[in-house]
Ligand binder design. Structure first.
Ligand SMILES: Cc1cc2nc3c(=O)[nH]c(=O)nc-3n(C[C@H](O)[C@H](O)[C@H](O)COP(=O)(O)OP(=O)(O)OC[C@H]3O[C@@H](n4cnc5c(N)ncnc54)[C@H](O)[C@@H]3O)c2cc1C
Length: 399
């Protein structure tokens, strides 16, 4: 069926981990036919954003365990590694976390097997209109109609650029953000002093991926490096904490609980070990402080003035400051909220029903589903949790 001539059953906006998982689940559970489903994403292939950011930071092993992946059976990834005779170092202690290359190969094999490439429409959804019996999605070159739309857009459009960094960039400072599409490790000066700003997994991975004999890296963290092997307590992936969370009707309180439950700015023990080794080799050092402002001295020399009164010279600055603490989605989401009066919490995130339905025609997954799915919503396991909720609702409606 040509998507231009007809109304699809489902259109998923975003072909990342969440969009791909949900598409596969809808087909597998026979809630739709392949011909009735499309994934809309501006990249050339599924998981492009995931592959880009994890490569940018130089991630070698995932933080999540081997049972979190794109397939349905928990041990699918382990089985895949066994069949392909991956060596023992494909998993790392603690929690048997898979290497990025194993995770990606397995994910590619799931996508290949389920033929998701054929359902992929390249485009950026700039506008969505919600009508009586379907939604109309406009990209730069296409108009797509679907009875159900899922927003699985991740956080990629909302990087956290501290104010001082924005101002210094306008003055010509050499500053980049490790999660942005244009980040390129090769364009960082090969010698000199590089400052990586941030104190979480991405910051430490980035520092380790840049530091070498000729390039000294100072990791400038706002807090001392704290160790935790999880993004959030595993109790947030099941009833242990979620049952109580879902009984809370105040969304401001839910937001507070989510923020507290996230182990932001923490690193795993293996990464801490690697950082210490790099410090011992004198390739890396750690400074705990906050940037007040940054002056541009010459083309390739900047001076960071720190809250403590100290200064730090840098030939290049890499921000590993993560995503902004606001609801992602930009203009697309703002338009939807104001045109269709969609409910949001004070923090700006969607208030949906328990099946992640924001409107009769519209569902959310990933970061946008946080207030319903909880602190693990944006993680890989969050894709499974969101799909279960969306699928249960649709299955009940279909049968
Ligand atoms: C460096 C890093 C490491 C991480 N490691 C782990 C880990 O080990 N374990 C774990 O569980 N989680 C991890 N995460 C968190 C999370 O799993 C990933 O961020 C994951 O990519 C989220 O998947 P997603 O599908 O929600 O978003 P994304 O992967 O960002 O995919 C969203 C897609 O939507 C597209 N899109 C956005 N807007 C539009 C639009 N208007 N129209 C069309 N398409 C649009 C984007 O281009 C993108 O392709 C990590 C995150 C980062 C940044």
């Amino acid at each position: 069926m040509n998507h231009r001539d007809s109304i699809l059953d489902w259109a998923i906006i975003g072909g990342g981990i969440h969009g791909a998982y949900l598409a596969n689940a809808l087909i597998r559970h026979r809630l739709t036919r392949r011909s009735d489903l499309r994934i809309i994403d501006p990249n050339d292939e599924p998981l492009a954003e995931w592959k880009r950011v994890t490569a940018n930071v130089g991630m070698e092993y995932l933080r999540s365990p081997k049972v979190h992946h794109l397939d349905f059976e928990s041990f699918s990834l382990k089985h895949y590694a066994h069949c392909r005779e991956y060596s023992d170092d494909a998993f790392i202690f603690p929690n048997d976390r898979p290497s990025l290359s194993l995770f990606n190969e397995h994910a590619d094999s799931v996508i290949e097997r389920s033929g998701l490439h054929d359902l992929y429409l390249k485009g950026f959804a700039a506008d969505i209109r919600l009508e009586n019996d379907h939604a109309v999605i406009r990209t730069e070159s296409d108009t797509i109609r679907a009875r159900h739309v899922v927003l699985a857009i991740g956080r990629s459009g909302s990087l956290n650029w501290p104010g001082w960094a924005g101002r210094a960039t306008a003055d010509g400072a050499g500053i980049c953000h490790v999660l942005e599409g244009s980040y390129c490790r090769n364009s960082i000066p090969e010698t000199g002093e590089i400052v990586v700003v941030g104190g979480g997994m991405s910051a430490v991975q980035t520092a380790l991926s840049i530091a070498d004999n000729n390039r000294h890296v100072t990791l400038l963290s706002p807090h001392s490096l704290r160790q935790n092997n999880y993004d959030s307590d595993p109790g947030w992936m099941g009833p242990k904490y979620l049952n109580r969370f879902r009984k809370i009707s105040c969304f401001r309180k839910r937001r507070r609980i989510i923020n507290e439950a996230r182990n932001s700015g923490t690193i795993t023990q293996d990464l801490k070990r690697e950082l210490i080794k790099s410090q011992n080799r004198k390739e890396c050092s750690v400074t705990i402080d906050h940037v007040e402002n940054c002056s541009v001295l010459t083309n390739d020399l900047m001076l960071l003035n720190l809250k403590s009164g100290e200064t730090l010279a840098a030939n290049h600055i890499v921000l590993a400051t993560g995503y902004a603490n606001r609801c992602p989605g930009g203009e697309l989401l703002n338009g939807l909220i104001s045109n269709f009066n969609l409910k949001c919490s004070e923090c700006g995130f969607p208030i949906t029903d328990t099946s992640l339905r924001w409107h009769d025609r519209l569902y959310v997954s990933g970061a946008l589903a946080e207030l319903e799915v909880g602190p693990a919503s944006g993680n890989i396991i969050g894709a499974r949790m969101a799909a279960e909720k969306i699928l249960i609702n649709r299955a009940n409606n279909n049968f």
